[in-house]
Structure formats: C-alpha cells, structure tokens
Design a protein around this ligand. Structure first.
Ligand code: SF4
Ligand code: SF4
Length: 519
C-alpha cells in the first residue's frame, strides 16, 4: 500500500473548462490523453469492438430472399426504392416504419440520458468511437502521454517525421475504410468493391468515399474533442434531460476535499484532509482535457475513464474506490450536507466517516430503484408502445396492394351504343420477391364489364394478370356500363385483387361517373 506522497503526481492540468474555454477561433490546445485501464475502459473496448464490427461487417452479411431479390442482409436500394433489413423489406410508402424507428431512437436517447446521463456520448457516439480508434493508433506509434508530449514538443527529426507520417497514413487508411464501408450499404457489397478497385463504380461512390474520408480523418484525428465542445448540439440539449436522479460522473468532494499530497503532515497540524491526493491521474486520462474535480461541465462526455484512473489510485492507497463515481445529484447533495454539517462548515471528510474510519451510515448510495421513476416509466412506456405498434404492423401488413386513379379528363365517354365508359389506371403492388398471378375482380356496378388495354381478352368482370416479383404493375382499364343500367351520375364500385395461392386480398373503392342524361 502506498503513502499519499508515493503516488506519482502527473503534470496535467485542464485545458478545457467553462472557466478557461477558448474563443471559437483560438488555436486548439492539444490534449494527450493517458491510457486508462479498469472496468470502464474494458467496457469501452467491448462497445468499440461491437460498434465498429457492426459498421464494417454488416454490408457483408447475406440473407437469402430467393432469386428475385438481393441477398444482402441490410441494403438501402435507392435505384429500386427499397430498404432491406434481414427479413423485412420496406417500400417507399411504408417509410413510416423508418420514421417510427427514428422516434424510438429519440425517445431511447431521452430514456438513457435521464437515467445514466450522457452514456451515448461516452460509449457509442461515432465521434467517441472513432476518436478512441484513432487514439489507439496514435499510442501504438508514438507511445503514451509523456512520450507523445515529448515528441510533440521536440524538433522535427527523421524519427519524428517517420512516426507522424506512419500515424497519419494509418489514420487515412481507417478513414478510407470508413467511407468505403458506408457505400456498401447502398449496393451489393461484393460487386461494388470490385467496381471500386477497378475504377468502374459510379462517380457518386468515389465522391461519397472522399467526403467521408475527409470528415472521418478531420473529426476523429484532428478535431477530436472540439467536435463535442463546439459543434455538437447534444451537450446543450442533454442538460434539459437530466434531473437530480440522473447518474453522472461525479467527483465526490464530500470525501475528497481538502485534497492534499501530504495527508500526514496536514493531519498532524490538526487540519482535515480528504481522500484526493491531487495526483492528476483523472485529468491526464481525460480525452476532453477537463478536470472533473471542477464539477459538472459541458465538455464531460461521461466516458468514466477518470473513474478508472482514480479507482486505481485509491487501490494503491488502500482506500475505498469511488472518489470519482457515477452518482446522482440528490445523493451528492445529501452527502455534501453530511460532510458540511448541513452547510454550517466547509467540507470536513471526517464527518462522513466513523471513528473506525469506515463510511458513515448517513451517506446516501445509489440504488437501482432510483432509475425507475415516473419519468423513466413514461419514456419506457412510449418507447415500448411505439415498438409494439411497429412490430404488430409489420407482422400484419399486406404484401399485395391495389391503388386506382380515375381518369381526370374525360371523366366519362358515351359510346355509340349509348353505354358509358370510364377509364382507370390500376396499380398492382406485388411486394414479395416472387412472381404471382393476381386476379382482379369488379364488385358492384350492375351490368358493367372491364377490358384491359394491351390484353387480348374479351371484356369481363374479372381477369388474371401475372405480376413480377417485388414490382409495381400498372394497367390501363376501361369499365363500360350499358346505358339502361346506369343508376346515377356517380356510382361506387370495388376493384378487388386476390392472390389465389396465398389468399391475400386488397380492395379499392372507385367511382363511376355518368352524365345526367344517361339515366
Ligand atoms: S471528466 Fe471523466 S468522464 Fe468526463 S470526459 Fe473526462 S474522463 Fe470522461
Ligand atoms: S480525484 Fe483521484 S485521480 Fe484525481 S487527483 Fe484526486 S486522487 Fe488523483
């Protein structure tokens, strides 16, 4: 076990905080985050591997939809206006599913933020994940914090040049791979990768790769924390979603202050001393360049690396972990009240401990049930209701549809025998990746018959038509009713479509117009 004075003190100070935030156009102060290790860092590695794996590998997953549909599991087929997601196929008129998913994502973000703060920012935001990835490369090539700072401050030598060129080259490769992976979501990936390398892909593919390469390299490698601090609106919005029961990364100054590296001397002088040994380990690992001991800050993405850093210091000192921890404001305030004797003195950490040195029973601790409050129930309820509605709608939706447009001009034609004819454009949507025969039948409109332009069949009240897989079929249909059968100037009847094999049906109620004189 180490003594306070034996804990290494790092020369690190916050370069970013509300007090010293730079003007927007000031040169960036470089941050050299030290490598952290601990449970949160391990969790972040896992999340990083999963999210990057999903992003890069998803376009290569195959999904057999038969011979008439693409076999890419996730595909945004802009040319044919389809979105494929494993067994789900979304047509343009079903875009409300995508809208529903976006609404769910929004409510999910509210739910996560109101419970565990900016977990999205700290763990899964693409900016965080790619900056982490770029930092892995930087550390592997240039070394950890001290080595990088030394290299940065040193003169340009052959070694420095080689290291910098290597780092930026690998960053560019990652950036190109990131842009490249994106385009594979919009076309058959194995085909497109061949076209990209042979120079035969569409120009838009190369433009997309170039734009995403530039943005990934700039945001992930060069701008890093500036994107979160200055460009992203989420840090501003999220403050409105937190409440006193939301978990945030907190420096528990009720046990940490007064901080000192010389605890024994201070105690010998009869002064109170807290658990913080002012080693700056929490500052050195922070990718945002802040000091969490300054309190809650807009810059903090709650990545929890400072928790790992401080926990390892507390382990070395033989003290309880959690000097920096996930805590709610209400627990923090309650514990501050204990440490300050209800606000009557400055923080005295001896007030939060018993004579034996253990933590007092009066201290508040986070409990899972605090997450389940009215607000989170409302978010969960709304999120689940939309999700269930989408699932129900997906499972019961029709894959055969008919839409009909009545000719606008003329509304009707009186034929030489006195009968009345109306024209319609009938659209049959076969939304499955298989060919099928669809029977179109008229219901109502006494004595009327229909004929299809281009189909050499006698007029009838029903006809069968072959529909191509996963396609829209458009038919020009004329409906004729004898003069003596016309009931009124406007009558309604139904076009009914049916797939005799699957028994799927759909109907459309159309109008049949006739002149007053015909009656
Ligand atoms: S203060 Fe801690 S939690 Fe916040 S960004 Fe820095 S290291 Fe992450
Ligand atoms: S909070 Fe922890 S890591 Fe930060 S300076 Fe104090 S003891 Fe060191």
């Amino acid at each position: 076990m180490l003594d306070n004075t034996q804990v290494e003190r790092l020369e690190a100070e916050a370069v970013n905080s509300a007090k010293i935030r730079q003007p927007l156009y000031a040169p960036r102060k470089k941050i050299f985050p030290k490598r952290a290790s601990g449970s949160f860092r391990s969790f972040k590695w896992l999340v990083m591997a999963i999210t990057l794996g999903i992003y890069y590998l998803t376009p290569w997953l195959r999904w057999d939809r038969g011979p008439f549909a693409p076999d890419q599991a996730v595909l945004i087929d802009l040319a044919n206006r389809r979105f494929y997601f494993f067994f789900i196929e979304i047509w343009p008129q079903e875009f409300y599913y995508v809208a529903g998913l976006l609404v769910m994502a929004g409510i999910g973000l509210f739910l996560i933020t109101s419970t565990v703060g900016r977990a999205w920012c700290g763990y899964t935001c693409p900016q965080t994940v790619w900056v982490d990835l770029f930092l892995v490369v930087e550390r592997a090539i240039e070394g950890d914090r001290n080595a990088r700072m030394k290299l940065d401050a040193g003169p340009w030598t052959a070694r420095k040049l080689a290291l910098r060129v290597s780092k930026h080259a690998i960053w560019l490769i990652i950036a190109v791979a990131t842009g490249g992976a994106w385009i594979f979501y919009f076309a058959d990936a194995p085909t497109l990768i061949g076209e990209v390398f042979t120079g035969t892909a569409a120009p838009v593919a190369y433009i997309t790769i170039a734009v995403l390469t530039a943005t990934t390299y700039t945001f992930g490698g060069l701008m890093r924390e500036q994107v979160c601090t200055y460009m992203c609106p989420w840090p501003r919005i999220q403050a409105a979603m937190l409440d006193e029961n939301s978990l945030t990364v907190t420096y528990n100054d009720w046990r940490g202050e007064p901080r000192s590296r010389h605890a024994k001397k201070v105690q010998a002088a009869g002064q109170p001393v807290g658990d913080c040994v002012d080693c700056n380990a929490c500052v050195a690992v922070c990718p945002m360049g802040i000091d969490i001991r300054d309190g809650q800050q807009l810059e903090c993405i709650t990545c929890a690396l400072c928790i790992d850093a401080c926990d390892s210091v507390m382990d070395k000192l033989g003290k309880e972990r959690g000097l920096i921890s996930y805590a709610t404001l209400s627990d923090y305030n309650a514990n501050m009240a204990v440490a300050t004797a209800g606000g009557s003195c400055s923080v005295n950490p001896s007030l939060v401990r018993t004579d034996g040195g253990a933590f007092s029973d009066k201290l508040a601790h986070f409990h899972l049930r605090k997450i389940f409050r009215l607000r989170t129930f409302i978010y969960m309820g709304a999120w689940s209701a939309i999700g269930l509605a989408l699932v129900y709608s997906l499972l019961t939706r029709d894959r055969l549809e008919v839409n009909v447009l009545h000719d606008r001009n003329p509304q009707f034609v009186t034929l030489s025998d006195g009968s009345i004819r109306n024209g319609y454009t009938v659209k049959l949507l076969n939304m499955i990746p298989e060919p099928r025969t669809i029977v179109v039948t008229m219901q109502g409109l006494q004595g009327a018959e229909m004929s299809v332009v281009g189909v050499d069949l006698p007029a009838d009240r029903s006809f069968a038509v072959a529909a191509e897989p996963d396609r829209l079929k458009t038919l020009k249909v004329f409906v004729r009713q004898p003069a003596d059968q016309v009931g009124s100037a406007t009558q309604t009847f139904k076009f009914r479509v049916e797939d005799k094999a699957s028994f799927e049906t759909d109907e459309y109620t159309a109008t049949f117009n006739a002149p007053e004189i015909a009656r």
